[in-house]
Design a protein around this ligand. Structure first.
Ligand code: IMP
Ligand code: MG
Length: 172
C-alpha cells in the first residue's frame, strides 16, 4: 500500500486557525462551550482546534463504535466511553475527524440533544459528502474531500498511520 499526500500539516494548521476564529465569532461567551472529542481519530484535531479558539472552552471525550455491517443501516451505534458531566444548558460542539455515511453522527446528535444542552453543533476536519446515507447538519467543515480512504493526522487504517503529520490517501 502507498501513501499519497493530500493535505500538508501547514495547510491543515492554517485552516484550523480560520475555524477557531469562526467559532470565537459565533458563540456567546456568557455560556460554557464544551468541545466533545470523538475518540480516537479526532484527538489531534481537538488539540489543535481547541488552541485555535481564544475564548474559554472545556473539553471531554467520547468513545463510539458502530455495530456490525448488518446493523449500521439501523443507525445504531454503541457508546464505549461516555462523558461524566451534565450538558444541560451548555453549548456542545462535537469534534469529529471525518464524516462519511453520517450514521454515527446523526445518532450521536440525537442522543446528546436528549441531555438538554443549549445547542449541539458539529465541527469536522473532513467531510466526504458523496458517501452520505444520513443527513447531518455540519456547522464547521475543515475540508471537503473526494471519496478516497485517508489516513494520518489522527485517522487510521486498522490503527496504523494515526501519527503521520500530513493527511494522505491510502492507495492499494
Ligand atoms: P460514518 O460517518 O458513520 O460513516 O463514520 C465515520 C467514521 O468512519 C469516522 O469517524 C472514521 O472513524 C471512519 N472513516 C470514514 N472514512 C474514513 C477514512 O477515509 N479514513 C479513516 N477513517 C474513516
Ligand atoms: Mg471516528
Amino acid at each position: 500500500m502507498a501513501l499519497r499526500p493530500l493535505l500538508t500539516d501547514e495547510t491543515i494548521e492554517a485552516r484550523i486557525r480560520e475555524m477557531g476564529a469562526q467559532i470565537d465569532a459565533d458563540y456567546p461567551t456568557a455560556t460554557p462551550l464544551w468541545l466533545i472529542c470523538i475518540l480516537k481519530g479526532a484527538c489531534y484535531f481537538m488539540a489543535d482546534l481547541s488552541r485555535a479558539i481564544r475564548r474559554e472552552v472545556f473539553i471531554d471525550f467520547m468513545g463510539i463504535s458502530s455495530y456490525g455491517k448488518e446493523k449500521t443501516t439501523s443507525g445504531e451505534v454503541k457508546i464505549t466511553k461516555d462523558i461524566d458531566i451534565s450538558l444541560e444548558g451548555v453549548d456542545v460542539l462535537i469534534i469529529e475527524d471525518i464524516i462519511d455515511s453520517g450514521v454515527t453522527l446523526s445518532y450521536l446528535v440525537r442522543l446528546l440533544q436528549q441531555r438538554k444542552p443549549r445547542s449541539v453543533r458539529i465541527a469536522t476536519l473532513l467531510d466526504k459528502p458523496e458517501r452520505r446515507l444520513r443527513p447531518v447538519d455540519v456547522a464547521y467543515v475543515g475540508f471537503r474531500i473526494p471519496d478516497e480512504f485517508v489516513v494520518g493526522y489522527g485517522l487510521d487504517h486498522a490503527e496504523q498511520y494515526r501519527n503521520l503529520r500530513d493527511l494522505c490517501v491510502l492507495e492499494e
